[in-house]
Design a protein around this ligand. Structure first.
Ligand code: ZN
Length: 309
């Protein structure tokens, strides 16, 4: 599992930072990629990476401001010509369906694959047993969601030696135990899988938030997360301006990470008023509040290693 930043700027594209998009690479986990937001020229950014558009399985939109969605119709259209024939599901606030259907239909775009559009509300928006995605409302003037992606725990490794010691020869019983099933033997005794499995491997948690002011739901979404991606449109000390424009400062993003007990924070949605040097200062400033902070850059990738059992 890796998170690849495709655009990390605020509002308008700049030479250093394109508008918002990021790809959660789940290639080892499910052979696919999930996009979060799709600002203009996201498909051009993808050309500079090893991402395959046909691998895009789901797209989660945080909110409908242009710098988060203007790249969507183009990316979806091009995917038809890039070998994409599997379904794509787009999740987003109310309005995303009208936006997509209108732009695709009046441009005469025909997709060679099924497109499913789900307008979300707060709560669990996706759960297939392997991953669960929950959304909560943030505070951004228009409807803006944050997403919490939780990977299911993996069962512990089978303690085959212990089963053999108990006189159980390898066979279908091992498979049942491995999948966590209780097994009743012919003699009536019951095998409890927890006795024959190593410790469970905890799943990873990533919180990816849309634009927002400092708010309680951000803390809920990021609770104990391995990684929190939070906007930091302004420097610490600019809280009044952040409030006025429904954005956050570095200090506020760090405050969310601390209160949530997140392990790592990555700041994104950086205003173009901060050049390379000034954005280093933003990072140093945030690290003063929360040590484990990183600053997103276009094409930067954060690896989320498996937890040790
Ligand atoms: Zn916005």
């Amino acid at each position: 599992m890796e998170l690849l930043f495709l655009g990390t700027g605020a509002g308008i594209p700049a030479k250093l930072r394109n508008v918002t998009s990021m790809a959660l690479k789940l290639l080892d986990e499910r052979g696919s990629v999930w996009l979060f937001d799709c600002g203009e020229a996201t498909q051009h950014q993808i050309l500079h990476t090893s991402l395959k558009p046909r691998r895009i399985e789901k797209i989660f939109i945080t909110h409908l401001h242009g710098d988060h969605i203007y790249g969507l119709p183009g990316l979806l259209s091009s995917r038809s010509f890039q070998g994409g024939d599997s379904e794509v599901e787009v999740f987003g606030p109310k309005g995303i369906e009208l936006y997509l259907k209108t732009s695709l239909s009046i441009s005469g775009s025909y997709l060679k694959y099924p497109l499913k559009i789900t307008e979300i509300e707060e709560g669990v928006v996706f759960d297939d047993g392997q991953f669960r995605v929950e959304a909560l409302l943030l505070d951004h003037g228009i409807t803006s969601y944050g997403y919490r992606i939780t990977e299911a725990d993996r069962p512990g490794t089978l303690l085959a030696g212990k089963l053999e010691e108990a006189g159980i020869p390898p066979g279908p019983i091992y498979k049942k135990i491995k999948s966590g099933e209780k097994v009743t033997l012919e003699n009536g005794s019951i095998l409890d899988p927890s006795d024959y499995l190593g410790p469970r491997q905890k799943g990873r948690i990533v919180a990816i938030l849309g634009d927002t002011r400092y708010c309680e739901n951000a803390i809920r979404l990021a609770k104990d997360a391995d990684l929190l991606v939070h906007e930091a449109t302004f420097a610490a000390g600019e809280e009044a301006m952040a409030h006025e424009y429904f954005h956050s400062t570095t200090a506020q993003a760090a405050g969310v990470a601390i209160k949530a007990g997140a392990k790592k924070l990555c700041l994104t949605h950086i205003s173009s008023r901060y050049d390379r040097h000034a954005s280093r200062e933003l990072l140093e400033e945030a690290r003063g509040f929360f040590e484990s902070t990183d600053l997103a850059e276009d094409f930067k990738e954060i690896v989320l290693p498996l937890h040790q059992p």
